[in-house]
Design a protein around this ligand. Sequence first.
Ligand code: AMP
Length: 215
Amino acid sequence: MLDAIIRLMLFHLMSRNRSICVYCGSQSGQRPEHEAAGRQLGRSLAENRIRLVYGGGTHGIMGAVAEETIRFGGLVTGIIPDFLKSREAGDNPGLAFDELIVTPDMHTRKHRMFEKSGAFVALPGGIGTLEEIVEIMTWAQLGRHRRPMVLANIGGFWDPLLQLLEHIAEEGFLHSRELIQPLVIDEPGGIVPAVLAAWETADGNGGDADIIDRM
Ligand code: AMP
């Protein structure tokens, strides 16, 4: 009995470790390579048996990542606030998530995405994407987690944000800089290997379950 409980606990721990939250545009943007990067990431997640956790949108780069994860046999958790779900419901019947979580509001949604993920990736996107990844960096700065954060710098998309972070640091406003070290990855094929490598390190992930509860 005790054995079974321990195995179940280990399974839950491992499945959390093997989930990546992807933030990205709800639109496709101007450059085809951005959506292509989303598709490549979706395939790579599926092939590496890593669950996609994302905002549940069915359009733009969000839809592309989820579609491709599912197409290659991967697992997808969509976490969407009620007001967005009714807007999107039935829009893309091709997207059969194995887990859809509907939350009462945006704040609950962001917290659920955080709880369920062992790493965070920002693909190109708009202000929603920007806000989400910056919030995750803020929580890292405050010592609330130590999970890998990736800026998928496709075609230099995030260069302006990296420059802004440099500027903020030079002006003396970035405290605990060592806690805010996003991995900057230029090629979509490099994202999953970078996260896997970070998970391999001692406290790449998983050591902060108690911290989540206190946020
Ligand atoms: P944006 O980058 O402004 O397009 O916003 C994308 C981010 O905000 C995603 O990572 C989602 O979490 C959230 N989001 C924005 N629009 C939607 C939508 N229509 N459906 C689901 N999530 C959305």
